[in-house]
Design a protein around this ligand. Structure first.
Ligand SMILES: [Zn+2]
Length: 331
């Protein structure tokens, strides 16, 4: 069995049935064993120490300043706004995503002693070591399990922030099922809205001992990667693979094989990874989409060291995984 991709498998039980037990959820929010993952305007809380990045996963007492004196009375109201999302259970400890976007400067409310009480080993953490960061910018420096937890928390809070009103009637929505559904507050409408994740295909096109890689205009200098694109309504994944490759490079593909998938919460995607066998070889680059696309020989890729003329995609991406697994196949 293949190892999971980065951002997948937070290593916990989602405990979906618990979402419909409001009393259990309420008790867990006030439980000293529960843990909270703060999300501030799509950024995650991390601790940087000695070149190492860790997720800041906080116990109730550590997160108390951010909760702002949460009382049982206003708990229901805040739960309904989607401030809390029950993510799941690890070692019998409930984990919640906590939206702190309403606070202008949440870092000012966190002090070293409270963070030290959060169960993070080692000496007290310096205030400046704690920051809110874009998970994507961390570039895979977090441990896998932590990265998957932060990705899930970020994805859920992004969805809440974009679905505060009903898409059918425009009335406000309220969070239900511990943050996993929003329902329209207009009684006649009553529509339920569920978290979204939009499918995108990403494929390594192979032709014997060479592969097709492209450069997006926005990539860092020298970076080439696999082709990718969104699945359109009414389209199979295989058709989406063939269409995207044809549109971007005019290469026709035959057999398409599934490899693995990766949650990609930037902002709300699931990347579905494939190998696609080319049945043509003449590249015509769509310069509206790409800056370049070329065939790369296996031996050349194996011997090249990343520099500004050519570099492989980032280590936490499924694109890198598709390329690395292909390179490893026949060595
Ligand atoms: Zn509605």
């Amino acid at each position: 069995m293949r190892a999971s991709n980065y951002y997948a498998h937070p290593g916990f039980e989602r405990a979906g049935l618990r979402r419909r037990e409001p009393e259990w959820i309420r008790a867990r929010v006030f439980d000293r064993d529960s843990l909270f993952i703060p999300v501030w305007r799509t950024q995650n809380l991390v601790i940087e120490r000695e070149g190492d990045s860790r997720a800041a996963i906080l116990a109730v007492e550590a997160v108390a300043p951010l909760l702002g004196g949460l009382s049982e009375g206003d708990f229901e109201e805040r739960l309904g706004r989607g401030e809390f999302v029950f993510l799941g259970v690890i070692d019998e400890r409930a984990h919640f995503a906590l939206d702190v976007s309403g606070i202008e400067a949440p870092l000012d409310m966190l002090r070293s002693p409270t963070l030290a009480a959060a169960g993070i080993e080692g000496a007290a953490i310096a205030q400046e070591a704690v920051r809110f960061a874009d998970l994507r910018q961390l570039g895979g420096r977090l441990e896998r399990h932590e990265s998957a937890l932060l990705a899930l928390a970020r994805a859920m809070m992004f969805w809440h922030s974009r679905h505060r009103f009903c898409g059918l009637c425009g009335a406000p929505t309220r969070s239900e099922e511990a943050g996993h559904m929003r329902r329209c507050t207009d009684a006649a409408c009553n529509t339920m809205h569920f978290p979204r994740t939009d499918p995108a295909v990403i494929m390594l096109v192979t032709d014997g001992d060479r592969v097709l890689l492209g450069r997006n205009k926005n990539f860092i200098p020298g970076m080439y990667s696999t082709l990718a694109g969104f699945v359109e309504p009414g389209e199979s994944l295989e058709d989406a693979v063939a269409r995207e490759v044809r549109e971007e490079t005019a290469i026709e593909v035959g057999a398409v094989h599934y490899h693995s998938s990766q949650p990609w919460p930037f902002p709300a995607n699931i990347m579905l990874g494939f190998y696609a066998e080319a049945v043509s070889s003449e590249i015509t680059v769509d310069y509206g989409e790409l800056a370049d696309a070329r065939w790369f020989e296996r031996d050349w890729l194996m011997s090249h060291v990343d520099d500004d003329s050519f570099r492989l995609p980032r280590l936490d991406s499924i694109a890198r995984r598709l390329i690395a697994d292909w390179l490893a196949e026949r060595t």
